[in-house]
Write a protein that binds this ligand. Structure first.
Ligand code: PHE
Ligand code: ZN
Length: 849
């Protein structure tokens, strides 16, 4: 049964645990249905704590026995954990529990995936393995003994003993329980080594299921690149002699940074040219870097409590974005990140799920692994760096690692190192961590006496999470472009602290066009009233690649909005401006490909809602289609050459150069398909020797209504490859007409390979449906109903993945009354289920408000 009133946890209630754990030894006797876990834990009173209540977390555990200092005890056991009387001084706690990995479909704790054992303990999964203080501020040295009939038996740290069916591991670095990991199974290692700057030779292994050996090389290289980068850029060396990565098929998230034993969703690590797209390669490289970087930002310095999640996630996302910028194109990476931020984080921050980067309360922490904590959390670090400068950032980070190594730290600790190294007062800046909502930044220009005055006004809309937002510190990067397109003032960072504030640029010969918020210097919605000629000038000449792209994007958005509102024709100036960019061969192909993109339909819905209007998904879809058709006509003369010149004939490499070319060629192909009926797409599909080309060929064939033969062939070719079949499932939904998207998704759920308990497969179908704006929001409500049916079905099996998918409904308040009624009826239907998880209950209650 659902808890009558799920408990709410508050940041302000934090108090340290009454005991310190010096060491813990875990012994696992593996068995699919009844694994035995013995723990031997050395506790002593924590001098920093006043409350000596001995409470150990524990869920779904069968307690076999327990003792203190060798004397059996009978603890008070509830469904959340146990309490027990304990001695005043140090003592040894021992217990034995039984757990059922096979029956663990929630994929949290110890579970089985394709016959292999694996664990997922972040955030609060360790309590499903044994009784323990499962909180990140309790750090301890772990020894792990594994008994089981499997060739590979892994845990954190270094192997200290092994024989057939037996392994012993010791991790010398104290860690919280959420970083514990265990893997057992029949796995194959792709091995390599890395020598650190201090000469430590580290063995590296990527463990995969037999058959996946051919998909390891890229991930291994990405790992070595990450290790080197973190030494060079942050001075951070690896600290064990062994680093293992394991790929598992059943995983709720992307990957997990367990100390010395990262566990990855196979989709986030396995790659080969035949089975992975360029986008997959780039994502895999970034996730491997992300998890590796956690070794310092997350593991060596961890979080005091889960409210501090952004301490490790915001910083680690920021670090992985720096890595990708260095490995590939910084401009392309930045634009991609902003597209993503606007699509996911802004949507969250402007709806009922809005919460601060550091939330102040939660019921289920798994619901706070959000775009706000991760992506906005990373933006906040980018702003901090912009404000203090690169050198001061480096100095502050050095102090952070020196001062807090081994600590479970807080956002206060993090900001203090910046205050101590720069002498700045960051009290106001800290509001970025405590206030929800996306700030609106309005700028008004005044031109007089050779002086340009920019007057900015900031306003953060109030939300339930932050009813009275206060002014933020906003770094606003500004440059000036002269009337003939020359840069007359280089980028300068204006530091806005007031609700309204003016900045002047004097000694200007002629009135320039201001290029504001360069590089997207702060996560705000900018309202800058330029006319189309001024925007066209920026699109043609801005020296800041982000703002140059942004000028095109803004023209596109404005044109689409007036097409939606007034049925106007696509804007000539926009089309001409993009055409000129496409013709400019000095520009990076990847950048030109981004220039061909349009704002997403859901972003357009947000823009309409922002303007006080009610978005109509069908009109938004139609306008987008009309715009694409206009692009196909206007760019007709350059498209064949764009396609042919960027078709890569050299052997496939997933690097920035080749993938940029393929991105441009495939953007051209999408427009060509609108006029050639799919002839070129068919040719590309037939000739493809890599997944990027094959999948793009297939997508265009479906769009041209001649996809059925290729879909069958694709299925026959790839039916044994789970990751490729995820693409096959997803693509059919994504490329369906709005009228059909829900029906296509429903039909796919009848396919024999629709293993709905596998999160990747579930998301392939339903994540795609949700991303299909006009399809999901079909006026019949069939999209809503289908998703709700399946969320009800999945919740008892896997609450975490179900709860994450619930966010599909977060935008309901912006639609028309009919759609609102349809959606809220589905929300209420789910909420009325008698045994709903705490995860889903919290999500839907927040969304429904
Ligand atoms: N800590 C992981 C990461 O971002 C994400 C994660 C959270 C994975 C919870 C599993 C469970 O790197
Ligand atoms: Zn992370």
């Amino acid at each position: 049964m659902r808890d009558a009133a799920p408990e709410t946890i508050y940041l302000s209630d934090y108090s340290p645990f009454g005991f310190v754990v010096d060491e813990v030894t875990l012994t696992f006797d593996l068995h699919p249905e009844n694994t035995r876990v013995k723990s031997r834990t050395a506790f002593r009173p924590n001098p920093a704590a006043t409350d000596r209540t001995f409470f150990l977390h524990g869920e779904n555990l069968k307690l076999i026995n327990a003792s203190i200092d060798g004397t059996p005890v009978a603890p008070d056991v509830s469904d959340k954990g146990l309490t027990c009387d304990v001695p005043d001084g140090p003592f040894i706690w021992e217990s034995e529990v039984e757990i059922d990995p096979q029956g663990n479909t929630a994929l949290e704790g110890l579970y089985m995936s394709n016959g292999m054992y694996c664990t997922q303990c972040e955030a609060e999964g360790f309590r499903k393995i044994t009784y323990y203080p499962d909180r990140p501020d309790v750090m301890s040295v772990f020894t792990v003994i594994i008994n089981g009939p499997h060739p590979v038996l892994l845990s954190n740290g270094n192997p200290v003993a092994s024989s057939e069916g037996h392994a012993e591991w010791h991790d010398p670095w104290p860690k919280p329980a959420y970083l514990f990991a265990l893997v057992a199974g029949e796995l194959i290692a792709h091995a390599d080594t890395f020598t650190t700057a201090s000469g430590r030779k580290v063995d590296l292994n990527l463990y995969v299921r037999p058959g996946d050996e051919g998909k390891c090389a890229f991930g291994m290289q990405a790992l070595k690149d990450s290790m080197k980068w973190d030494e060079e850029v942050y001075g951070r060396k690896y600290d064990l002699d062994l680093f293992n990565i394991v790929a598992v098929d059943d995983f709720n998230m992307g990957a997990m940074e367990n100390k010395g034993l990262n566990i990855f969703n196979s989709s986030a690590v396995l790659a080969s040219p035949e089975t992975s797209t360029d986008m997959n390669f780039e994502r895999i490289e970034a996730i491997i870097a992300h998890e590796y970087f956690h070794n310092w930002t997350g593991n060596r310095i961890t979080c005091r409590d889960w409210f501090q999640l952004c301490l490790k996630e915001g910083l680690t996302v920021y670090r992985d974005s720096q890595f990708t910028s260095d490995m590939r194109s910084a401009a392309v990476k930045r634009i991609g990140d902003v597209i993503d931020l606007r699509g996911r984080q802004f949507a969250e921050d402007q709806g009922p799920l809005a919460h601060p980067v550091r939330p102040e309360s939660f019921q289920e922490i798994n619901n706070f692994y959000t775009a706000t904590v991760y992506e906005k959390g990373a933006e906040v670090i980018g702003m901090l760096k912009r404000l203090v400068g690169d050198d001061a950032y480096a100095t502050a980070l050095d102090l952070y690692f020196e001062r807090h190594d081994g600590d479970a730290a807080t956002i206060e600790d993090w900001l203090k190192v910046f205050e101590d190294t720069t002498g700045r007062d960051l009290t106001q800046f800290k509001r970025w961590y405590s206030q929800a909502g996306t700030p609106r930044l309005k700028v008004i220009e005044d031109w007089a006496d050779d002086t340009l005055t920019l007057t900015f006004t900031q306003h953060t809309p109030p939300s339930a999470a932050t009813p009275e937002p206060q002014p933020l510190v906003i770094p606003i990067s500004v440059g000036l472009i002269g009337p003939i397109g020359d840069e007359v003032a280089e980028t300068r960072v204006l530091e806005m602290t007031e609700a309204s504030q003016s900045f002047t640029f004097d000694g200007l010969a002629a009135r320039p066009v201001a290029s504001i918020l360069r590089g997207f210097s702060a996560p705000v919605v900018l309202d800058h009233d330029l006319n189309d000629t001024e925007r066209a000038l920026l699109l043609a000449h801005d020296t800041d690649p982000f703002n140059r792209w942004e000028a095109g994007r803004t023209l596109a958005r404005k044109s689409l909005l007036s097409m939606i509102r007034e049925g106007t024709a696509p804007d000539r100036a926009y089309l001409d401006g993009i055409l000129a960019v496409l013709r400019d061969e000095t520009l990076d192909p990847a950048y030109r490909a981004l220039m061909m993109g349009l704002p997403s339909q859901s972003d357009l819905a947000t823009a309409l809602h922002d303007a006080g209007e009610v978005p109509e998904p069908d009109l938004i879809y139609a306008a987008t289609e009309t715009m694409r058709a206009a692009m196909a006509r206007r760019f007709r003369d350059v498209l064949p050459a764009l396609y042919a010149d960027n078709l890569v004939t050299a052997e496939y490499r997933p690097d920035a150069e080749q993938s940029g070319k393929r991105a441009l060629a495939n953007s051209a192909l999408a427009l060509i398909t609108r006029t050639d009926g799919g002839v070129q797409a068919q040719a590309q599909y037939g000739a493809a020797d890599n997944m990027t080309q094959q999948l793009s060929g297939l997508a265009n064939l479906i769009r041209a209504d001649r996809g059925s033969a290729a879909l069958k062939a694709f299925e026959a070719q790839w039916k044994n490859d789970r990751l490729v079949m995820d693409k096959w499932f997803g693509l059919q939904v994504i490329e369906a007409d709005p009228e059909d998207a829900a029906d296509v998704a429903a039909a796919l759920t009848d396919h024999p390979d629709f293993n709905w308990k596998n999160p990747n497969r579930f998301r392939a179908v339903f994540g795609s449906l949700v991303m299909h704006h006009a399809g999901f929001h079909h006026h019949s409500g069939k999209g809503y109903q289908l998703l709700a049916d399946w969320l009800i079905k999945l919740d008892p099996v896997n609450p975490q993945t179900t709860a994450r998918m619930c966010s599909a409904f977060q935008s309901w308040p912006r639609y028309d009354d009919d759609r609102k009624a349809l959606i809220t009826a589905e929300l209420d239907r789910i909420l009325a289920q008698p045994t709903l998880s705490r995860d889903v209950t919290e999500m839907l209650t927040r969304i429904r408000k």
